[in-house]
Design a protein around this ligand. Sequence first.
Ligand SMILES: Cc1ncc(COP(=O)(O)O)c(C=O)c1O
Length: 389
Amino acid sequence: MIRTRSYVSQSVQHLRPSGIRRYFDIAATMQDVVTLGIGEPDFVTPRHIVDRGIESLNRGQTAYTSNSGTIELRRAISAYIKGLYGVEYAPEDQILVTVGVSEAMWLALKAILDPGDEVLVPEPCFVANAASVEMAGGVPVPVDTFVEDGFQVTGAMLEAAITPRTKAILINYPNNPTGATLTRERMLEIAAVAEKYDLVVLSDEIYERLVYGVEQTNFASLPGMYDRTISMSGMSKSFAMTGWRIGYVCAAPEIMDGIRKLHQYLIMSAPTIGQVAALEALTHGDDDVASMRAEYDTRRRMIVDGFNQMGLTCFEPRGAFYAFPSVAVTGMTDEQFCERLLHEERVALIPGSAFGRSGAGFVRACYATSRSNIDKALERLQRFMQRHG
Ligand SMILES: Cc1ncc(COP(=O)(O)O)c(C=O)c1O
């Protein structure tokens, strides 16, 4: 039979492959590479959390759970959010346990978008954001943010991108890849735009516990925002649980009805062992979060000082575990910089343009790696800068 067409849909062909992967593929073929590339904790999940997961398997807890997640975990999520921000979500009909924020994001978008609806996506941002909007049938509208504003999106920037098709704003603070956090003033500006144009706000707060010397505000807690905000967070970053695949989404009951329908057909229920472990983390994991955060903070200062001292000007990140220095001084593009650095000094960073066009000229360095790795990377970078600075 003659092939007359591609079997892959136009919409999937149209998705851009992640700009991160290429560097990992190259790095994987090389010896002795120091990688500050991967955006995940280097810590192993705390022992007591692992033990609860293992115990649950030994007890035979190997079946599906309720579609929304176990009621015990949903109650714990509700209490956790109330404890952090004073915001109340009913475990019965406003919280759903997902396969990470990755799933939560797609569910939330799919639940609110009709084909062609536009979503404002401040950039630079997590590589999956624009793709998730497209996979849900929407149109991502990039909104550039700049180092001069601390990579915070402003109300005016959002307003300039509004059209009659705009349905939602997708924000992520603390931010991947910049480490930016939002001031309350900026959050109120976003809230005012959401109110004025009757938009849904999807807030990815996965790095909410990893902030350094600033206060984290939950977007739904802002005046008038509760009913129009879809909050997403999870266990991956704060509790060093990326592989357990547990996140959650919270929203008003009407939106949650839509989200639950999608989740039940798509996933059935999030991993049972992960849910048991997440319950332990949320109820007894606060000290672990505090000690990992303190360690990240030390590394954050090491790396930011290191970049600044060698002439790679680095904006001070107040959240997540990323530094985002400018490489403009070298005269190279961010892609050239990363490629040459990898080949000449065997250090893997990610070009900022992988996270959106306003990331061009910057590189992302993840400092969720040991201090000795950071030292080694800085030493090699220093050598590189002596040749190219
Ligand atoms: C901003 C952001 N959101 C979501 C995710 C995905 O998280 P999860 O492991 O919960 O799917 C990541 C992972 O890097 C991220 O950086």
